[in-house]
Design a binder for this molecule. Structure first.
Ligand code: NAD
Ligand code: DAU
Length: 354
């Protein structure tokens, strides 16, 4: 019994691999290209652990995918690898189409060939779990009901359009070939090991450095925040008990406007690491908005609760406190990922917003 995980050196993937191996002895083969977002330091606790096999490589490399499937004969493939940052997709969409669309296609074809040759019992048990996002559903009006699994696809950024395309491929491979797929569409995650290009870790890192906290537009865009450990437990539940061909929305029942998230982080830092110059909230700076910025996302997570018995364990108050504490205790990790190309990214994304 083995899992093949893609993107397991990124934020959610590394949390998933660490959680998985803390609870099970089932080995994990971890295929990750180590782009700017992948970091082997996230997997430091697994050094020397024979249950974890790390392979640096590209999900678009069909020969490599075929070799890994033939060599390790995984009972499931859990697919996290992606280009994941909306602002980067606006400045450079090509990599998103390549990894998110072509990469998912390559994995589906590799998995289909592997699965077709399995004995009947193994074929029935095999799963291709595709990790996707709530952004495929587009933006909600303030009073509209939250996204259910039946909500139409209306992606608005190059990132969400590329994820929507990958979801459609996954659905088609089930419908046409019978590949036993599972799709999860999750809301915004936060927690340890998140790259500080995303709102929560960026605000924590900038606040600790006494730098401006950039809030796009009026800061009233709403997201539904979920602690990453809860996302991992949801994926475990879907993998164990989800029905082949089914889609599950995953969310935190925790809608909040960005500006409130930023003020919560500032208040926590005022308590845990007070600033001689005054409250952290003084660093809040409104900057020009993200082009095509989705106004609101909200997940209706009743299906996964009803059918698989999953609900988030963490409240936002407990999860954000744990997260801020983690960043305070891992200043070395932050400093390392902020060196090199990170500075070029900050210049490219924020200089134009002044
Ligand atoms: P991330 O950017 O932190 O990590 C992505 C990982 O994929 C990195 O380790 C990177 O090296 C790897 N990767 C990128 N291109 C690759 C390629 N061509 N071949 C192999 N590996 C490659 O992303 P994340 O935030 O951990 O998101 C993981 C998945 O979850 C993505 O599919 C994303 O769309 C989805 N998702 C993320 C969130 C969120 O809030 N972060 C919410 C819902 C869904
Ligand atoms: O909803 C799930 C999605 O959540 C995932 O699919 C994506 O991979 C993930 O990146 C995330 O997308 P968002 O665009 O919502 O996340 P981000 O952290 O980039 O931004 C959150 C909100 O904060 C969004 O409304 C934009 C805003 N923002 C972001 C940054 C980086 C700011 O106001 N200032 C910033 O500097």
């Amino acid at each position: 019994m083995t899992l093949l995980v893609t993107g397991g050196a990124g934020f959610i993937g590394s949390n998933f691999v660490l959680d998985w191996l803390a609870r099970s002895d089932e080995p994990v083969v971890n295929l990750d290209l180590l782009t700017y977002a992948g970091n082997l330091r996230n997997l430091g606790p697994l050094q020397g652990d024979a249950r974890h096999v790390f392979v640096q490589g590209d999900i678009c490399d069909r020969a490599l995918v075929d070799r890994l499937l033939a060599e390790h004969r995984p009972r499931a493939l859990v697919h996290f690898a992606a280009e994941s940052h909306v602002d980067r997709s606006i400045l450079g969409p090509g990599a998103f189409v390549r990894t998110n669309v072509e990469g998912t296609f390559t994995l589906l074809e590799g998995a289909r060939t592997h699965w077709s040759a399995l004995a009947e019992a193994e074929r029935a048990a095999f799963r291709f779990l595709h990790v996707s996002t709530d952004e495929v559903y587009g933006s909600l009006a303030p009073d509209a009901p939250a996204f259910t699994e039946a909500h139409p696809y209306e992606p608005s950024s190059p990132y969400s359009a590329s994820k929507a395309a990958s979801d459609h491929l996954v659905r088609a491979w089930h419908h046409t070939y019978g590949l036993p797929v599972l799709t999860t569409n999750c809301s915004n995650n936060y927690g340890p090991y998140q790259f500080p290009e995303k709102l929560i870790p960026l605000v924590i890192a900038n606040a600790l450095a006494g730098q401006p906290l950039p809030v796009y537009g009026d800061g009233m865009q709403v997201r539904d925040w979920l602690y990453v450990g809860d996302h991992c437990s949801a994926i475990r539940a879907v993998l164990a008990r989800g029905g082949a061909g089914q889609t599950y929305n995953i969310g935190g029942w925790n809608e909040q406007p960005n500006i409130e998230i930023v003020h919560t982080i500032c208040a926590l830092l005022d308590e845990l690491r007070p600033r001689a110059e005054g409250p952290h909230a003084r660093l809040v700076t409104h900057v020009s908005d993200r082009p095509g910025h989705d106004r609101r996302y909200a997940i209706d997570a009743r299906k996964i609760e009803r059918e698989l018995g999953w609900r988030p364990a963490e409240t936002f108050a407990s999860g954000i406190r744990r997260t801020v504490q983690w960043y305070l205790e891992h200043a070395g990790w932050v400093a390392e990922v902020q060196s090199g190309s990170y500075r070029d990214w900050v210049a490219a994304n924020y200089e134009q917003r002044r």
